[in-house]
Design a protein around this ligand. Structure first.
Ligand code: ZN
Length: 459
């Protein structure tokens, strides 16, 4: 019998259902055997994972890689390198790049870029903003469409022309058009009319700094998020379009998701690391200003959000990895609306979640469910999300005991900073394996550009 390409011995394999110590054999990029530890397996290479845990490769369905158009802050190579170092084996790119992929032609051009450059597996969530382009893009191996529920101002950033829709009739038309494709629709909820009014009140009072910006988005217990989610859930009910609600951050939205699911609606939801590990602590915002803002998530939401993640009301954790340069963040000290919104996290969110698991916020099994198994199920990646025979050999080998400090100098994103710098956490990524190839080990990304493949759903 020909030897296996790689055997990982003695590790504890984690699934949403539990843990088991096993040897894992890999051939031709797939998992070929999962057997009792110590079984003699002939292999070209053996990795001893004794004392380590094996997680299914992490799947991040919401990331901003910035290419094409904004490669001064991130590009496909730097983004997928940060992913590799963070245990992420599949990353979905959001469409707020330039030009935004909102047609088959632009999507095809972007796919070509990823085929040449990505170190890990990937997909692209094109903008579903042009109804006549939706059907064709749906045939191109995508797992989701994305719509930002913001006014299309024509500004170059953060919401360039072609990706934002806030008109309710246009949104309904998009839901109607996406429905027959079977592709899931991701929406960034935002009530533009309420926000216009709220912002004007702050500006009329001369309040424009990062504190005002933070408070405006959280005004009236997050009213702009709650009313937007209500509309989206109602549009889902009307059309049957599978909906993936982005940026869950208020107790009000959690309650709406819970109700929609109890009614049998096809709704999934994400939470982002910043909602429970960064922007939920006002002290972080005072210390870091716009560097801590994605959004302020007032602390009374923290426990309900963790509870919703634990019980599956919130299905997945995805990063909303949003790198911006220091030059783009600095203006926030005096004008929060001039700073670019978003925080990077692709490299560190899994270790942060392992640390949160250690402190009892959620189980290790639920970390695996929320970051790998459930995103694979929801987005139709039938060969990903589990360590089992026949699956892609996507694996993150982690050390749950290692204590280390996050610092700016290990950041692989082009921006060179992380809002999590200075934190000492327990839980680290040892190795990352994508379809049998080790892409990260011993603190170095060793994966090859172009190794990554489009993670196409099977419907
Ligand atoms: Zn985002």
């Amino acid at each position: 019998m020909t030897p296996f390409d790689l055997v990982i011995t003695g590790g504890t394999v984690v699934s949403p259902e539990g843990t088991t110590v096993a040897d894992v054999a890999i051939s031709a990029g797939r998992i070929a055997a999962v057997v009792a530890p110590g079984t003699a397996l002939d292999a070209a290479r053996v990795i001893d994972a004794s004392g380590r845990h094996l997680l299914p490769g992490i799947i991040d369905v919401h990331s901003h890689h910035r290419e094409p158009g904004f490669t001064h802050k991130e590009d496909i190579v730097s983004a997928t390198s940060a992913c590799a170092a963070g245990g992420v084996t599949t990353s979905f790119a959001m469409p707020n790049v330039d030009p935004p992929p909102n047609s088959a032609e632009r999507l095809a051009a972007m796919i070509e870029l990823y085929q040449a450059k990505a170190i890990i597996d990937w997909n692209i969530n094109p903008a579903g903003t042009v109804p006549e382009n939706i059907a064709e893009m749906a045939t191109m191996g995508i797992a989701a469409f994305k719509v930002f529920m913001v006014v299309d101002t024509g500004r170059s950033y953060p919401h360039m022309p072609g990706i934002g829709v806030h008109d309710h009739g246009q949104l309904l038309e998009i839901f109607e058009t996406v429905a027959p494709t079977g592709v899931r629709l991701m929406v960034h909820p935002h009530d533009q009319e309420l926000m216009d009014h709220i912002e004007r009140k702050y500006w009329d009072r001369g309040e424009r700094d990062f504190r005002a910006y933070a408070k405006a988005y959280a005004a009236y217990d997050g009213i702009i998020w709650d009313t937007a989610a209500a509309l989206l859930l109602r549009l889902q009910l009307a059309t049957g379009t599978p909906l993936h609600l982005l940026h869950t951050q208020t107790t009000g939205v959690v309650e709406q998701i819970r109700r929609a699911k109890s009614l049998g609606q096809d709704v999934s939801a994400e939470i982002n690391p910043w909602a429970v590990m960064l922007g939920n602590d006002w002290a972080n915002i005072e210390r870091l200003g716009s560097y801590a803002l994605s959004y302020w998530v007032p602390e009374e939401n923290t426990e309900p959000l963790w509870a919703a993640l634990r019980d599956g009301t919130i299905d997945v954790v995805s990063t909303d990895h949003g790198p911006h340069t220091r030059e783009e963040k600095e203006p926030g000290w005096t004008d929060g609306w001039k700073a670019h919104t978003g925080t990077p996290s692709a490299q560190f969110y899994v270790p942060l979640l392992l640390d949160a698991a250690r402190r009892g916020r959620l189980s290790l099994e639920r970390v695996v469910g929320a970051t790998a198994t459930d995103p694979a199920r929801i987005f139709g990646l039938a060969h990903k999300g589990r360590i089992a025979v026949g699956m892609d050999a996507d694996i993150a080998i982690v050390d749950l005991e290692r204590e280390w400090q996050i610092t700016d100098d290990v950041v692989l994103s082009r921006i060179g900073w992380t809002p999590y710098a200075g934190r000492t956490i327990t839980g680290a990524i040892d190795r990352t394996i994508v379809r049998g190839a080790v892409v990260y080990e011993d603190g170095h990304v060793i994966g090859q550009q172009g190794w990554g493949q489009q993670a196409r759903p099977e419907r």
